[in-house]
Write a protein that binds this ligand. Structure first.
Ligand code: SF4
Length: 500
């Protein structure tokens, strides 16, 4: 049971006000029951990206004398330091300048002297301006106006995804600035209402909110597993489709896919999920076996792991570009029983910190030979190989020959198979335990999913990482990527043996 114990006069940060704008219940839970939230690896990774972009923005906007107001639990210290700089006539950029009005506290990413006033810049890791960024800037503007800071403009700096890193730690051009002064003025009247809404959420009882689209946009909420039904065998979210419509089902009392009236569904995929779930038996069509048996030998099962940092680390790469850093390949020459245990396995992983793409591509070309289907799960591998062609035009012919041999397992599985335990997903992680119960990504120790692999790689090449930790990460990365190709082998074996 949740006890309502709201403080009498809480201060509000900008992120809390934005939380209340997304969902008042989210802010209530953040304030009173943060322990009910679950921060996913993806969320952690987004926070880390935001910090990295913030760090680089100080290089981009820094000038002689620039100062950062360091974060302190002592709010008044940050406020005093900011005031001293501004009252003292600072003529250099200030990072994280801190202001407060009516218990609303903001920290401004960049404040640059501009004649007799100041230019404010909010830095974001996204690649374009979103609607909610205007609100974000409007809250900053609201506080700065009320403390009589003369603002000449307010802008948002986002990642310029056409930027190509040329090395030497030079990131000039990484951020694209958009002046939002007019847009901010237009939404200014809404800020007072937002603050009232946030205060009500913090000080009142837990707001009644139904689940829906707002649980995922603009930010994935950390309380999804608390608010969405998760205590039934086949939670209703597994029907997929519109989050708003799923929210309506939950509001009408449906907790399980089987609670939903089939007559209310129209999408083929939802009808199929509903039908198979209600039957309790998996659906396996012949098409998968037919398509897979038609493939020749040798067969190659290929999987990449990639990184896509917002702040590029290697010359010639762009922000968020998927850069392959590792691959695993199982090779079936057709002589064995089709299990991965009897197959040849090759892999590539370079944790030196040097750009690994060239040697990764050359080793892959060598491993894959010149004939035989190259199996992948979703067309991500094709995108990655196309990225390698962009980086190394001299390898174009060899890489295009590999692209011509790619065979995507995903559409074959999706068209021919569904098991109730897949809960609306045809991802390899959802399919694998239903076809090979002894294999489950959840059983891996350490790295168990792509975001963790990407973050693990970045940590492993960091010179600050200890040798022991690096060795442990190397073990986990190799195991995880190999598991992906073992999973593909098991899925193919399952369908080739099915219905015999
Ligand atoms: S999961 Fe949805 S309803 Fe629950 S707090 Fe988050 S946004 Fe609000």
């Amino acid at each position: 049971m949740i006890l309502d114990m709201a403080p009498r006069k809480p201060y509000l940060s900008k992120s809390r006000i934005i939380s209340a704008w997304q969902c008042p219940k989210k802010l209530y839970l953040e304030k009173h029951h943060p322990e009910l939230g679950e921060i996913s690896a993806r969320m952690e990774s987004l926070f880390a990206t935001g910090r990295e972009v913030g760090r680089v923005s100080q290089q981009v906007y820094g000038a002689a004398g620039s100062i950062e107001i360091p974060f302190s639990r002592n709010l008044s210290l940050m406020l005093r330091q900011t005031k001293a700089l501004i009252d003292g006539g600072a003529d250099f950029p200030i990072f994280e300048a801190t202001f407060q009005h009516d218990d609303v506290l903001v920290r401004v990413d960049v404040l640059i002297p501009d004649g007799s006033g100041w230019r404010a810049i909010e830095v974001k890791a996204s690649t374009s301006v979103k609607d909610y960024h205007v609100l974000d800037c409007a809250i900053q503007d609201w506080v700065m106006r009320h403390v009589d800071l003369p603002l000449t403009s307010i802008a948002l700096a986002h990642i310029n995804n056409r930027f190509v890193y040329r090395g030497r730690e030079s990131y000039s051009g990484l951020l694209a600035e958009v002046d939002l002064s007019d847009e901010v003025r237009a939404v200014d009247p809404a800020v007072d209402e937002l603050i009232i809404r946030a205060r009500d959420a913090v000080m009142g009882p837990m707001p009644e909110m139904h689940v829906g689209t707002h649980c995922y946009k603009p930010y994935e909420c950390q309380f999804i597993n608390y608010c969405w039904p998760s205590d039934s065998a086949y939670p209703v979210a597994g029907l997929g489709g519109s989050k708003a419509k799923l929210g309506d089902y939950v509001a009408r009392g449906c907790r399980d896919i089987r609670d939903v009236d089939a007559n209310s569904l129209s999408a083929d995929t939802q009808l199929r999920i509903h039908r198979v779930t209600c039957s309790g038996k998996p659906e396996i069509l012949e098409g998968a076996r037919e398509a897979l048996e038609a493939l020749g030998y040798p067969r190659y099962y290929l999987d990449f792991e990639t990184i896509g940092p917002a702040v590029p680390i290697w010359e010639g790469t762009r922000p968020y570009m998927p850069i392959p850093v590792q691959w695993s390949c199982h090779i079936d020459d057709g002589a064995g029983d089709g299990s991965y245990a009897g197959m040849r396995h090759e892999e590539f992983l370079d944790l030196s910190g040097n750009p690994p793409m060239r040697i990764l591509a050359e080793r892959m070309i060598e491993c894959l030979g010149d004939a035989g289907p190259v199996l992948m799960y979703t067309n991500y591998e094709e995108k990655v190989i196309n990225g390698l062609i962009e980086l190394f035009p001299d390898l174009q012919e060899s890489l295009e020959e590999i692209i011509d041999r790619l065979f995507d397992l995903y559409p074959v599985v999706k068209a021919n198979y569904y098991h109730p335990k897949m809960l609306g997903s045809w991802s390899i992680k959802a399919v694998l335990p239903t076809v090979s119960p002894q294999l489950d990504y959840a059983s891996l120790d350490g790295i168990k999913e792509g975001t963790e692999a990407s973050d693990g790689f970045i940590e492993a090449i960091d010179p600050q990482t200890s040798p022991d930790r690096k060795a442990e990460l190397e073990r986990q990365l190799l195991r995880y990527c190999r598991f992906d190709t073992e999973a593909m082998v098991e899925i193919v074996r399952f369908f080739c043996n099915a219905s015999r």
